[in-house]
Write a protein that binds this ligand. Structure first.
Ligand code: AR6
Length: 198
């Protein structure tokens, strides 16, 4: 059964139910208006029924392991056929396809950096989040779910990557552009990653 938006708790709901707790010393100043627009969800991103989910792809866009493999196998072979028409994607950039057999309508494929040098890789990882959000805006999408880009096979340290993810989303939402984007979901797979995001 797909997981629909109402089943994905917002930060406000997580705090109210004391499932999560706000940080004692938050790095970002509190903004109550955003608590209902951001979620933290632990589980399989391919099960979510949203306007869009993000894929941590590679530059070929033709599939791979990790979340990319899970998305391609759940979306079916027509996804690969559509990806073939896109001519690949640069690191730090993003491209959109239909969701095919996924419950979500669209997939935003982004290519994270293979971790080696934080000075070079941090702006590229930030760009993955920014270009994905821009594509969501451009396509009038109401929701977007991000996996933890680059932190699996591509080896980006989870704590540094998480701050980049949160910062880019915060900056984007703070800009307050007239956007239909009313839910950003951070999807974590492991308990350890969930703790970092919390
Ligand atoms: N749902 C949510 N998160 C998941 C899922 C899932 N079904 N499966 C894995 N994760 P990774 P990367 C988490 O390795 O580091 C591929 O071969 C996982 O635990 O999927 O950007 C591509 O083709 C981790 O937290 O992506 C590229 O070659 C996060 O997703 C390369 O891997 C990202 O891990 C990209 O590597």
């Amino acid at each position: 059964m797909p997981i629909v938006l109402d089943q994905i708790k917002t930060l406000r709901e997580l705090y109210k139910a004391t499932i999560s707790r706000a940080a004692d010393k938050p790095r970002y100043p509190a903004n109550g208006a955003l608590l209902g627009r951001v979620s933290l969800f632990q589980g399989d991103i391919t099960k979510l029924q949203l306007d869009s989910i993000v894929n941590a792809a590679n530059r070929s866009l033709l599939g791979g392991g990790g979340v990319d493999g899970a998305i391609h196998s759940a979306a079916g072979p027509k996804l690969k056929a559509e990806c073939r028409t896109l001519g690949g994607c640069d690191t730090g950039d993003s491209k959109i396809t239909k969701g095919h057999n996924l419950p979500s309508q669209h997939i935003i494929h982004t290519v994270g950096p293979i971790y080696s040098d934080p000075d070079e890789d941090a702006p590229l990882l930030a760009s993955c989040y920014r270009t994905s959000l821009e594509l969501a805006l451009k396509n009038s999408l109401r929701h977007i779910a991000f996996p933890s880009i680059s932190t699996g096979i591509y080896g980006y340290p989870i704590k540094d990557a998480t701050h980049i993810a949160l910062n880019e989303v915060r900056v984007f939402l703070d800009k307050g552009e007239p956007s239909k984007l009313d839910r950003v979901v951070f999807v974590v797979w492991s308990d350890a990653d969930k703790l970092v995001y919390e």
